[in-house]
Design a binder for this molecule. Structure first.
Ligand code: ADP
Length: 669
């Protein structure tokens, strides 16, 4: 369980916590950030930077209340950063408030800091020039070393923090006392659970939690009589929480000219310094490392005021302490309480992420649309410094592709295109539906008329032929009767076309060589003089279709093209090619007069014709349209007046798994 939880409803995919986490201990799942306990160093950056207040620190207040209600006496040990937090009342009133809460003793962690400072000084003097010790008062810093620079664990000063030092003093001199640390830090909660010092500090309360407890108990420290901290009082250790404070308190000479003693603080700098130390670039005896810009900037602080103001308050309090403490009294305090063991050990808890192979990284980057190096923008929107770091985090399951802004923009664009495409398809289907319905009702009408007219027409033809026999010697009459026969035959053809159009046939699919079928069709239609036919076949092979129906389509298209070029001559180019795996496209491009835009939308309508009476019925394209749609194909025309017309037909290779088109059932009763 992590000590920092996420309030799901508030987490809004901003990835700021990912960006600000020096340990990359944030896992994103479905856009929700959660802290990975085993990677977390407790620095609290994720908690501090979350503008949505989506991070919550698991509260210790309940357990502290339970301790206070128990048999054993409980001591509060207060971090030396308290003057920066409790600005509305002085130290005496804070102590009084703590006593009112039920703490039997209230101690200054500044005394532990004094002891730790002395130990740092001794250690540095002994080891000078052999190795660079890393100060271990900041738990987030030493946890970072244990988890992400295990090679530096031997450089960690093997000395407890001021918190643990103070707890040891209390537990040695007041055996059986429970100890609650009160401070500005989340990481101290992790330190208190550290197996190497487990049980030494019973609970950790942040200043913010203490304020909540005061409020819940109705305690207003400013209204209380001031009370003194219990002995042993702190001295120079009071300056510990500000950057370089531990050095000053340990009287370590951090002269920038010799640079044997160094200091680094802040979430952006400390990891870099440890990296440099690991690479042997820092030649010093002691390095003070603070994850925050001093403990006064810790995440458990609630007070207003920028870093400088907070430091100033700690400095003022330290001045008071120095003023109050004379050396004789200080020596007595040290002699009495200073003889405790300050050593501790650290462990290697390597949490560094394994770097996947180059192929694995590239595969993830490719999924993010980053095929080439130039595609890696390293924009940082995902919270990782580089696209590669993001890819590695995805590999380890702690990040998602959706965190990449350029990727998401591309995905959105893609989705938009798909939406537009489906919108277009919908529109087309709607048009087809309207057309199919129109054709269906016209088909029914045509079928009705054709049937009604067909029989009397048959009689007219029969009797007019008989009559023709009777009048064959009478030239005048014969010509007139011949006219009747001719016109009746024309009517018969129209009726036959009408019946074709209205014929409610099913598609009988068989595998057919489409190019051979075109050749057969061409052979059956007399070519007008001056017209040339060019075949540009792509060798599309066999497709499933109803041979006689598709042949009728070709006949109509070829006849129309021939008729368009009848007077002027010209060229008909017939192309076939594969559109994709499933579809073939056929084009019939003629060099005739083309089609006026004003009639382009009408030419597939039944009975629409521009041809003179007796020449066209206006059914050819309507019938063709119906047939192609029954084949779940597509038919259309591109044409500019004066530049010829290109009719195209798209057909599917397989029809077996297809059903009739929308509206097609109207044709298939
Ligand atoms: P019809 O040929 O009996 O007129 P269609 O349905 O086959 O009936 O054609 C409808 C109309 O489409 C034609 O009258 C003509 O105006 C136009 N059309 C068809 N094919 C062509 C073409 N290749 N070039 C120019 N116009 C064409």
């Amino acid at each position: 369980m992590s000590i920092i939880e996420t309030i799901k409803e508030r987490c809004k995919r901003c990835y700021t916590c990912v960006r600000e986490c020096p340990a990359k201990a944030i896992r994103i799942v479905d856009g929700q950030a959660s802290v990975i306990a085993e990677r977390c160093i407790g620095c609290g950056n994720c908690y501090l930077v979350c503008t949505q207040d989506a991070k919550r620190v698991a509260s210790s207040a309940g357990r502290v209340r339970a301790l206070l209600a128990g048999e054993a006496p409980v001591a509060a040990i207060v971090a030396p950063s308290f003057p920066a937090e409790f600005v509305e009342y002085d130290a005496g009133r804070l102590v009084a408030g703590l006593r009112r809460l039920g703490f039997k003793q209230v101690h200054e962690v500044a005394f532990g800091a004094d002891l730790v400072s002395r130990a740092y000084r001794d250690l540095t003097a002994r080891a000078s020039g052999t190795k660079c010790f890393i100060g271990t008062s900041c738990p987030a810093a030493y946890l970072f070393v244990e988890k992400y620079h295990p090679e530096l664990v031997d450089n960690l000063a093997p000395i407890v923090s001021p918190m643990v030092a103070t707890a040891r003093v209390v537990k040695k001199h007041w055996p059986g006392t429970k100890v609650v640390f009160v401070g500005p830090c989340i990481a101290k909660k992790l330190e208190a659970m550290d197996p190497d010092i487990a049980g030494e500090v019973d609970e950790v309360l942040m200043f913010s939690e203490l304020r909540e407890m005061f409020a819940e108990e109705g305690i207003e420290p400013e209204k209380l009589e001031p009370s003194e901290f219990d002995e042993p009082r702190g001295f120079l250790g009071s300056i510990f929480p500000v950057p370089r404070g531990s050095l000053r308190s340990a009287r370590l000479d951090d002269d920038p000219i010799t640079a044997r003693i160094a200091e680094v603080n802040g979430r952006y700098r400390f990891a870099g310094a440890l990296e440099e130390l690991s690479k042997g670039m820092i030649k010093a005896d002691f390095l003070e490392v603070l994850c925050c810009e001093g403990c006064t900037m810790g995440p458990g602080m609630t007070s207003e005021g920028r870093s400088f103001l907070r430091r100033l308050r700690v400095s003022e309090y330290a001045q008071e302490r120095i003023h109050e403490m004379d050396m004789r009294r200080w020596q007595v305090t040290l002699d009495r309480y200073g003889d405790i063991d300050l050593t501790r050990s650290f462990r290697r808890e390597d949490r560094r992420m394994k770097i996947p192979t180059e192929e694995e990284i590239r595969a993830i980057l490719k999924r993010l649309g980053k095929e080439k190096r130039e595609d890696e923008l390293n924009c940082g929107a995902c919270g990782y410094h580089t696209c590669r770091e993001h890819a590695i985090a995805i590999y380890h399951g702690i990040a998602e592709s959706e965190m990449c802004l350029p990727y998401m923009i591309e995905e959105l664009k893609h989705a938009l295109e798909q939406l537009e495409e489906s919108h277009r398809t919908l529109q087309e289907v709607q048009e087809q539906l309207v057309h199919s319905e129109k054709l269906a009702s016209m088909g029914q009408l045509a079928a009705g008329i054709a049937h009604e007219v067909n029989n009397p027409l048959g009689t007219v033809l029969l009797y007019s032929n008989l009559l023709l026999d009777d009048v064959k010697d009478n030239e005048e009459l014969r010509e007139e009767v011949e006219m009747v026969v001719k016109e009746a035959q024309r009517c018969k053809r129209i009726i036959s076309n009408l019946l074709d159009f209205a014929r409610q046939k099913k598609v009988i699919a068989e595998r057919t060589d489409i190019e051979r079928l075109i050749d057969e069709t061409l052979a059956g239609i007399p070519k007008p003089k001056g017209v040339e036919v060019v075949r540009e076949y792509g060798g599309v092979g066999k497709i499933e279709e109803d041979q006689s129906q598709i042949k009728q389509v070709f006949t109509n298209l070829i006849k129309n093209a021939y008729e368009a070029m009848e007077e002027t001559g010209g060229k008909l180019v017939i192309r076939t090619f594969e559109l994709d795996e499933d579809r073939v496209r056929l084009e019939f491009a003629d060099t005739g007069p083309g089609i006026e835009p004003s009639i382009k939308g009408k030419i597939f309508n039944p009975f629409f014709t521009t041809k003179p009476l007796g020449k066209g019925t206006g059914l050819g394209l309507a019938v063709s349209y119906g047939i192609v749609k029954m084949h779940r194909g597509d038919i259309g025309v591109e044409s500019e007046p004066g530049k010829g017309a290109v009719f195209h037909v798209v057909l599917r290779r397989r029809l077996t798994d297809t059903t009739a088109p929308i509206g097609g059932q109207l044709w298939q009763k």
